[in-house]
Ligand binder design. Sequence first.
Ligand SMILES: Nc1ncnc2c1ncn2[C@@H]1O[C@H](COP(=O)(O)OP(=O)(O)O)[C@@H](O)[C@H]1O
Ligand SMILES: [Mg+2]
Length: 359
Amino acid sequence: MRTKGGGPAGASRSRDGAQEGVNDEREPQFVPEKPRRSLDEVILPDAVRQRVELALDLVEHHTLLYDIWNLRSIDPYRRGTALNLYGPSGTGKSLCAEALAHRLGRPVINVDYAQIESKYVGETPKNIVRCFEVAREHGAVLVFDEADSILGSRLSRVSQSADHAVNVSRAVMLRQLDRFDGLVVFTTNFPRNYDAAFVRRILAHVRFELPDPETLHRLWQRLLPEALPRETGLDQGALAQESAGLAGGDLVNVITGAAAAAARRGGESGVVTAADLVAEIKNARRARAEVGRAPDPGMPADYTVRRLDSREVPPELRAPAVVEAEGAESPDAVTAEGAEPPDTAAPPAPAGSAGEAEA
Ligand SMILES: Nc1ncnc2c1ncn2[C@@H]1O[C@H](COP(=O)(O)OP(=O)(O)O)[C@@H](O)[C@H]1O
Ligand SMILES: [Mg+2]
């Protein structure tokens, strides 16, 4: 089951699969990229904006705060800064993470769960160590999107080797966070799933919200491209009212759908009309209500507490032991309440050596 390198075709965890058959197929590549989008492009309600600015202050004034004003005396082990951007989907968290790197003039490494989670025992911790290494080499900002999968509660009933492997991964993540002196940004729609140990390690949590009417208006102004032909007198204020309850990401889909409708008509009537947009707004609202299991964005205080049941994880992403235990009751709901295992419970994770442990 756990033969090295004997995985099925397509087991590569890389985004583009480019290295498949070139490098070890199990080894994802973490590529630093130049952030293209700036904070000017991020349209946020004032309160959220201020939290984002504060998060930036924590990074930009790190030396002043810790070395000169001696906050190190009360927080001696903190080296870098970890931020958490949480809130409903489509509210600009990933965009903001990229924009933070842009502001800091640093490359960004986007790490997604599928990239680091390996079905090979021992590979996941190795991948975690590796992405921090690459970030260190390039002075890059590390962004973990959909971080709830990676930072989820460690399991207290460690009865299966797969669960043990998950706990090892989380412990390795904690250790890497403690050692990293750069910026790590987590984003999630399911913040309640974070293990308590991570909650404390993260210096600032920024809650993203669905846009209020004024923010929606600004989003409409920002997101309609100059080059997009539209009927004269298109009223963005009215569109903002019409789209209450939608996020910026929804508006992107609305505008794209309306543009496609205009393109299909072509000719004289090939311009985006208010009716096109309103029709797409209705579709977007319906999709928000009917598709997926995200919490109702209208009730941001009540994030659904939910971890993936092992049966919801695609087979190719499951650890072997999870596949074997398919019929068994998932222990996912059990969390070590107030019993954070000491980090020493984890095996040491020096670079490159975490991989060979067989649970
Ligand atoms: N607050 C915002 N300001 C500007 N554009 C936004 C905002 N929120 C969403 N968008 C648009 O929607 C897209 C998807 O948003 P994204 O950052 O992926 O949302 P999230 O990560 O919160 O799910 C962005 O790339 C951007 O074009
Ligand atoms: Mg996102």
